[in-house]
Design a protein around this ligand. Structure first.
Ligand code: SF4
Length: 361
């Protein structure tokens, strides 16, 4: 009944890392095994295999003054082996903006690297995996937003932060999984257009029922759309038969019936913090309804024995970036690994993000 663990991503032979001595590799492998803290999957031999990559990446970061940030859904070798900052997309953009380094390498999907460029336009933002998209951000274009605005003139448009820079530039305000209820409630009028996440929009409509009408879009995250309230009820019943009191933690990109079955709902950072807190209070039977990266982080960071129950779902886009891609982008980035955005798009998208900061207060 324990949660399945994904396998460790091993080098594909795309780049040849520098040669290091056996002593250096041994010491780095021991460091990696300690920080990743998942001995079964990341044993010492696996860590030795990736050690030359992490050694060279960390060396290049220092030599070239690069700040490497990684989303929570990246694999543990990236999160604990080479990242300077790890969090959700919103916090990471702020980290990118506040870092003294003039080059940011963003290990994640494309729209997040674009958001980092919007908030720090004068920095060079590297994105090692240009093909790492997202079903949610790819579900809507700027033209789709313009069409909605002409169909519902004067109705404020809010977009979830999981969108391209062009879409952010067309809307009135951006929102995140931590602040969408608060911000949408504060927008003027009795109607609101919410894009692109239909499941989050459904939850928002329930929250605003009787106050505002929500005009919803039809995008969704294929990872979080997999979970159902029915599956959670079935897990609860099975665990209850064994005397286990299950704690269910879910992400707001899930369907409303999943949210209704959950004990805690929040962004990946909130879920990580809450799982660690529950573990420290002895409530160790936890079901994490989100991408597998959150469970990896909880496993690595918990000082308590946790029983992570059920199955997680891996995002194929989030898992596209491997250590080799990061090393290649640090050595000599291809043009499509450097985020370039039109100045006007940056200015307009920045306005939507600034509006989010203002309304979230
Ligand atoms: S987990 Fe979902 S929202 Fe996040 S990048 Fe993958 S598809 Fe997009």
């Amino acid at each position: 009944m324990t949660m399945q663990m994904p396998s460790a991503p091993l080098p594909r032979g795309l780049v040849t890392p520098k040669a290091y001595s056996n002593e250096e590799i041994e010491a780095e492998a021991k460091r990696l095994q300690k920080v990743i803290n998942q001995g079964t999957l990341w044993d010492i031999e696996t860590c030795k295999t990736i050690a030359p990559l992490t050694l060279e990446i960390n060396q290049l970061k220092e030599e070239n003054d690069v700040f490497l940030i990684a989303h929570s859904y990246q694999t543990p070798d990236i999160v604990y082996g080479v990242a300077d900052s790890v969090s959700d997309s919103y916090s990471l953009s702020k980290a990118a903006r506040d870092a003294p380094q003039q080059t940011i390498l963003f290990s994640s999907v494309r729209f997040m690297a674009e958001t980092a460029k919007i908030v720090s336009p004068h920095k060079t933002v590297l994105h090692p995996s240009p093909d790492a998209g997202c079903t949610l951000s790819d579900s809507i274009t700027a033209e789709d937003v313009r069409e909605l605005k002409s169909r519902y003139p004067g109705v404020p448009v809010a977009c979830y932060i999981n969108t391209t820079a062009e879409v952010k530039a067309e809307v009135d305000v951006c929102v995140t999984s931590s602040n969408y209820l608060k911000i949408c409630e504060r927008l003027p009028g009795d109607r609101i257009i919410f894009v692109p996440d239909q499941l989050m929009g459904k939850h928002l409509a329930e929250h605003l029922a009787g106050k505002k009408e929500v005009i919803n879009y039809d995008g969704e995250c294929y990872v979080h759309a997999t979970f159902t309230g029915e599956k959670i009820r079935s897990w609860r019943n099975r665990t209850a038969e064994q005397g286990i009191e299950l704690q269910v933690l879910s992400h707001p990109e899930c369907d409303a019936d999943v949210i209704a079955e959950s004990d805690i709902v929040g962004s990946s950072e909130v879920l990580r913090e809450e799982a660690l807190r529950l573990g420290s209070e002895g409530k160790s039977d936890i079901m994490l309804i989100t991408e597998c990266g959150t469970a990896d982080r909880v496993r690595a960071e918990s000082e308590n024995d946790l029983n992570l129950i059920g199955t997680c779902v891996m995002c194929r886009y989030m898992k596209m970036t491997q250590l080799e891609d990061i090393l290649q982008a640090l050595r000599e980035p291809h043009p499509d690994q450097i985020i370039e955005l039109d100045d006007e798009i940056i200015q307009h998208a920045q306005r939507s993000l600034d509006e989010m900061f203002r309304l979230a207060e």
